[in-house]
Design a protein around this ligand. Sequence first.
Ligand code: NAD
Length: 433
Amino acid sequence: MKIAIIGTGYVGLITGTGLSSFGIDVTCVDTDKNKIELLNSGKLPIYEPQLEDLVQNNVKEGRLRFTGDLENVIRDNNVIFIAVGTPSNADGSTNLSGVRGAAKSIGENLNGYKLVVNKSTVPVGTGRFVHKIIEEYSDGLYEVEVASNPEFLREGAAVRDFFHPNRIVLGTSSEKALSVLTDIYRPLYLLETPFIKTNVETAELIKYAANSFLATKISFINEMANICSRTGANIADVSEALGLDQRIGKKFLHAGIGFGGSCFPKDLRSLVKQADSVGYDFILGKGVIEVNENQRRYAFKRIFDTFEGNLKGKIIAILGAAFKPETDDIRESPAMYLANKLLISQAIVRMYDPKALDNAKAVLPEIICTSNSYEAAEGADAVVLATEWNQFRHLDMHHLKSSMKGNLFFDFRNVYARQKAEDAELEYFAIGK
Ligand code: NAD
């Protein structure tokens, strides 16, 4: 079995590497020459736990390679996964230019039957759109099928998620396509992973439904936290009690400054737009987005108000840049939102993140990068915990306080008990408690 993966980002690289671990011959292709050069020199363009060894082993064993030669890769492979980025347009709809580009390249280089598998998160109906473009550029000379196999991996746990997914979703329009895909994922089937076999449109929607639901849980608990902070209730206890209800479950019930990343925000915006385009007002989705955007605004306002609206020259240490722990991804990160707002208010921002500092500095060159939490806190008027990396869970509060000039500690991920911070004479602010 031979497979090509178009797009070698978080999803393409992990899928390609994972599939090659199943013994499949995989070629990953990307238009970004730097990325391909880096990979071919044995380095990874992203940080993801356990990935480096896995890539190196599969490359060494000759089952995994990287190239920029799209034309030959398409000609040489009959199964082609599309895993390109699908960011938001300014109006919230999905920008399909990467998908369109990939489909055009496939059409232009078609030399026989191909099964094209959409792994990118794409609006319902994109399977048909991809098929149409391929036919357009190949003059309909060869048979092409387009399937949907959405990805559910979590950055930071992506390798584990690839090998132990909760389910595999296969959206196909023929027995032939279904049988090829089932064969590809057979090692997971043997591990009793549930397979959802459905049509292309349903598979496409499942991905948006999953992300929207998870985002809804986060916005829900953040609203509860906001009610707590106005009533004297404690969100930690509310979350715990809610989570123990087995119908609800514990996950995604941690109040904080809201979700970010390359998926939840854009996928929700996209689903709102998709619903709109078929005449349906996705009221809940709009609310989830609004709550999430407000949550980071409230967090900034909390800092702003504490300094009585004058942040000029104030030194603020931000712990965390990534949108969540165990990744270097800063796309739509609440931590980066705060850093930007603080810089606009003329504060001096010192930052530490175990993996995402280079990415943060590339976007906000004014931030002062530091090599650990205590160095970030040096001379700071306030420390803001913005991403709940494990490294930030056991900070020595006395050490932190002794590094600082001021005494404000904004725990925007609700990691600490108030008493622990107050014992070190820090003034403690959290979300909903
Ligand atoms: P990414 O931005 O990290 O990578 C996309 C890659 O595609 C880039 O390297 C880019 O150069 C390449 N590319 C774009 N157009 C191309 C083309 N025409 N030909 C060849 N290469 C091209 O994106 P990602 O985070 O891997 O996400 C990819 C898709 O998977 C998106 O639709 C995303 O919503 C979805 N997804 C992402 C995650 C995640 O956690 N990152 C999880 C599940 C699903």
